[in-house]
Design a protein around this ligand. Structure first.
Ligand SMILES: *[C@@H]1O[C@H](CO)[C@@H](O)[C@H](O)[C@H]1NC(C)=O
Ligand SMILES: *[C@@H]1O[C@H](CO)[C@@H](O)[C@H](O)[C@H]1NC(C)=O
Ligand SMILES: *[C@@H]1O[C@H](CO)[C@@H](O)[C@H](O)[C@H]1NC(C)=O
Ligand SMILES: *[C@@H]1O[C@H](CO)[C@@H](O)[C@H](O)[C@H]1NC(C)=O
Length: 376
């Protein structure tokens, strides 16, 4: 495997020698400077765009050891989002709006008149990772005794709903739904059967997440699993990507002081069966794919356009929050999940079918298994 340094040297040689070679072909000095400049810019742009093409950045990053894990399943983390979707024919059913479907506590993906399911792609590389959809009992064992915090906007709330749906039975779920969908409020639940403490913190802006980090630090208490992310509210109500970048910088520095960082992995070798997780696990909840024509207000269609999304995403990748940029959060790539699921999976171009968040929860659980060196 070629390392980043070798690639750098190679790039420097290309910039230097190709134009010199051309000079040998009797190009004028100005032309040579032009070619040299053009090559330099191409390479520089290539390097800066590479984080947006996971396969390239994975190739560039892996030798420097961004994701080093004991048992060689570390590379599997990058394959967790390789899922495929399957749509069963429409059931004859009155379509219900997003709010109805979730507020009334009817069946799982009641908001849509079709049955969506997903599975990991059947590619060799993915099959080798042996990802498993955890059943309720596996998830309960894995999360036994832990404190899970999910903080963010409605996307985060849908993640909580999916997680609870996995560990609770349907009667318990009925009573949860109503509480969880009181708009714009926090929600806390202690599931005593498995000693799982789950907090949803309503945090539509990054500044709310920063406040949360400060609270963790004050209380000298940090959750075992933290899933958080914001962006959509800022995009709609502030519409200033560089300001979003500034707030991410502030979050990033608050993290440095808040995180206990006991991230070293257990050296007891792989554990069979799912034992409870120990150290902190951090996930950044990415923004969904926004389907502009389906957004339900004029203001959203105007402000949440492709360019805005791109600039906001760029700021996220520039900040040192995600692991691929040297931070601590594994990206829960809702964008790639929602994009691969497509328009068939959403009614309002922003909130997606339960199956998407269900996949996201299974991705989190499988990442926890990988990081705590366990197999089912
Ligand atoms: C949802 O609740 C509203 C009122 O709260 C009611 O009018 C509507 O019929 C309910 N929908 C379903 C599918 O139960
Ligand atoms: C959770 O862990 C405790 C102690 O570690 C154990 O007694 C209990 O049976 C576990 N519960 C489940 C549901 O696994
Ligand atoms: C979140 O932050 C915004 C802007 O800083 C603030 O106005 C709002 O009150 C905060 N919300 C919560 C729930 O803390
Ligand atoms: C956007 O945010 C930046 C950083 O907070 C600020 O300097 C700039 O003035 C803002 N731009 C607009 C148009 O408000």
């Amino acid at each position: 495997m070629i390392g980043a340094v070798q690639l750098g040297v190679l790039a420097a040689c290309v910039v230097l020698f190709v134009p010199m070679g051309m000079a040998g072909w009797h190009l004028s000095r100005n032309k040579m400077l032009f070619f040299s400049g053009a090559l330099f810019i191409t390479l520089a742009v290539g390097v800066h765009l590479s984080p947006y093409f996971p396969s390239i950045s994975h190739f560039l990053m892996s030798p420097s050891g961004t994701v080093v894990l004991g048992d060689g399943r570390g590379s599997c983390l990058s394959l967790l989002h390789d899922v495929v979707w399957d749509v069963k024919p429409a059931r004859l059913k009155r379509p219900v709006s997003y709010a109805d479907g979730y507020m009334n506590g009817s069946s799982k993906s009641s908001a849509y008149d079709r049955e969506l399911s997903w599975s990991w792609a059947r590619l060799n590389s993915v099959l080798e990772c042996d990802f498993q959809k955890l059943r309720s009992s596996d998830a309960s064992d894995l999360l036994n005794g832990s404190w899970v915090v999910v903080a963010g906007d409605s996307q985060a709330r849908l993640i909580v709903l999916s997680l609870l749906d996995l560990v609770l039975d349907s009667d318990q779920m009925e009573s949860v739904r109503g509480d969880l969908f009181k708009r714009h409020s926090d929600y806390r639940i202690m599931i005593s059967g498995i000693g799982l403490k789950l907090d949803f913190i309503w945090a539509p802006y990054v500044s709310n997440l920063t406040d949360l980090m400060l609270r963790f630090r004050q209380n000298v208490n940090f959750p075992d699993v933290l899933i958080m992310g914001s962006g959509l509210w800022h995009m709609l109500h502030v519409s200033n990507a560089s300001d979003y970048g500034v707030s991410l910088q502030m979050l990033s520095s608050s993290l440095v002081s808040a995180l206990p960082f006991s991230r070293e992995l257990g050296n007891d070798g792989p554990v069979t069966g799912s034992a409870p997780i120990r150290s902190q696990h951090l996930f950044w909840l990415g923004m969904p794919n926004l389907i502009n024509s389906m957004l339900n207000t004029e203001e959203k269609r105007e402000k949440m356009n492709d360019l805005a999304f791109y600039s906001y995403n760029m700021e996220l990748h520039k900040s040192r929050i995600l692991r691929q940029a040297g931070g601590h959060f594994l990206l829960l790539d809702i964008h790639s999940l929602t994009q691969s699921c497509g328009p068939q999976c959403t009614e309002d171009g922003m909130h997606y079918d339960g199956a998407v968040y269900n996949a996201a929860v299974q991705i989190v659980l499988n990442a926890l298994l990988i990081e705590s060196n366990q197999k089912l």
